[in-house]
Design a protein. Structure first.
Length: 182
């Protein structure tokens, strides 16, 4: 299997399968917590303009296999030294094979080249495989793990790219209150 990594934009037709699948996944996973889950998912996907995910402050990649989009992700500027990962996705047929980890690594490398020294992200509490991915990739939970994840709703993580494992550089990103449903 040879994956092709393409630097592109959210407006490129090759990105459409990723964006459409993410919207369906968000709506499905959170249906019991948001009666308007389809509308909420659609709103989330339209929340940020495409240009935020373009250089010099952002990036968007897709992973193509045999002409089909099977993964991808993006980052945008969070602050002057921090990139915020967004839209990490892999096709169901490609999961549990290391592709999401590769997407994260590709995005981290681009963030470093673009001058960021750390990464921030949030994932939803109904996405335990994403939580596992980020923990295994060296991300530090920036929330109180003794509180049930559904209380937080969104689970923030951070990573120092220059010194992975260093946590004192992430202190200003720590959430002191649960990120509950908003």
């Amino acid at each position: 299997m040879t994956y092709e990594i393409i630097d592109t934009t959210l407006l490129d037709p090759v990105a459409r399968p990723l964006l459409d699948a993410l919207e369906i996944e968000y709506a499905t996973r959170y249906r019991e917590f948001r009666p308007d889950s389809s509308a909420s998912a659609s709103e989330e996907m339209a929340r940020y303009p495409a240009e935020l995910f373009a250089p010099p402050e952002g990036a968007f990649i897709v992973v193509v296999l045999d002409g089909k989009t099977v993964g991808g992700g993006a980052f945008k500027r969070y602050d002057a030294t921090t990139a915020e990962l967004k839209r990490i996705w892999t096709h169901a047929s490609q999961r549990r094979q290391g592709l999401a980890r590769r997407v994260v690594q590709e995005l981290e490398a681009r963030a470093l080249r673009q001058g960021y020294r750390r990464v921030y992200l949030t994932t939803g509490f109904k996405q335990p495989e994403a939580t596992e991915l980020y923990l295994n990739a060296g991300y530090e939970p920036l929330f109180d793990r003794s509180i049930a994840p559904e209380v937080h709703f969104r689970l923030p993580f951070g990573k120092d790219l220059l010194e992975p494992g260093r946590t004192d550089s992430l202190e200003d990103l720590i959430q002191h209150e649960p990120l509950g449903v908003r």
